[in-house]
Design a protein around this ligand. Structure first.
Ligand code: BTN
Length: 321
């Protein structure tokens, strides 16, 4: 975003004279006026108050690395390799690049917008500028790929916990890890494996997209929601949400590494949006009642004769009634 410095100065919502802005930005008053026009083209609503200056009247929630880091415990802050980007193809791709450069610290990327955001099953993830949270983290696990069973669900629980801590309620999870509100999908999680680096050491990229301010989305293929539309009484800051999610994911990954999936089963199940619903899997081959998950995170469908476990990553489930 070319006008970030200007928007930062105007973000207090006060009237600022062209002269003062020019001084602070180190440019001419004409250049300030041009930047104001450009910011308006980018979608910001700025009023020109005759004889006084400019006032930003639209919402602004700029990403700020200091604010994200400020929301973390000092020990976690110290070991984070945080990249906050104006624009990126995909934050998951960015974390993969961070990992391959073999930098120090826990790689985390957050971007204001993504030009090639990735969703599950090869879909794209629409990532409009400034509206939502696009966050990816690199996580390391020991014990080979087998230890990753259930990780997707663990991440869903971590994200739900973080959002609830910030005041959201009724966060549901759609197996394996879509984040839901009663009115529709609030966010999604894409887990990508980087492969085994040394024997038994696996790197995973956890990409998390949460709808924060978005109030319209062209071409959506399913009902969706956002934090600001569902909870208009709360002040939603992408920096705070990022901080809460980073903390929750790091804590959950540690517990999962130490103790496996066991402690996540109940917190996942209490948010199961399929529970008691008629659900089908494998394109209708199996139909049953949604009945929670087993100790490995497989989804359980109860038919008249048996309970069938559906493996994570294998097939998708959909509600039939
Ligand atoms: C889904 O399809 O539900 C998963 C969507 C995951 C989107 C997030 S946004 C941040 C990260 N970067 C990506 O390219 N995808 C994930």
């Amino acid at each position: 975003m070319k006008t970030k410095a200007l928007i930062t100065l105007l973000s207090d919502g006060q009237v600022h004279s062209g002269e003062a802005l020019a001084g602070l930005l180190g440019v001419s008053r004409t250049a300030v006026w041009k930047q104001v026009r450009r910011a308006m083209d980018e979608g910001f609503k700025i009023e020109t108050i005759r004889g006084r200056g400019y006032q930003l009247v639209s919402r602004v929630d700029l990403l700020d690395p200091d604010l994200i880091l400020g929301g973390l415990a000092p020990e976690l802050r110290a070991r984070l390799a945080l990249r906050v980007l104006d624009e990126v193809d995909s934050t998951n791709a960015e974390v993969l690049r961070q990992i391959s450069k073999d930098g120090e610290g826990l790689p985390v990327s957050v971007a204001d917008c993504q030009t090639a955001g990735r969703g599950r099953r090869g879909r794209s993830w629409i990532s409009p500028r400034g509206e939502n949270l696009y966050l990816s983290m690199g996580l390391t696990f020991h014990g080979g790929f087998a230890v990753l069973d259930g990780l997707s669900l663990v991440l869903g629980v971590a994200v739900a916990n973080a959002l609830e801590q910030l005041g959201a309620s009724e966060i549901g999870l759609k197996w394996p890890n879509d984040v839901f509100l009663p009115h529709g999908k609030l966010g999604g999680i894409l887990v990508e494996l980087q492969g085994e680096l040394q024997e038994g050491v696996v790197q995973v990229v956890a990409g998390i997209g949460i709808n924060v301010h978005m109030s319209d989305l062209e071409g959506a293929d399913q009902p969706w929601s956002s934090l600001a539309t569902a909870f208009p009484g709360l002040e939603w800051s992408r920096n705070r949400i990022a901080g809460a999610i980073i903390t929750a994911v790091v804590d959950a990954a540690r517990l999962f590494s130490d103790q496996g999936f066991r402690d996540f089963r109940e917190p996942w199940q209490k948010r199961d949006i399929f529970l008691g619903k008629q659900v089908e899997a494998r394109g209708g081959e199996i139909k049953g009642t949604g009945s929670g998950i087993d100790e490995n995170g497989n989804y359980l469908l109860r038919t008249e004769r048996e309970v069938i476990p559906v493996r994570a990553g294998e097939i998708s489930l959909r509600v039939t009634s």
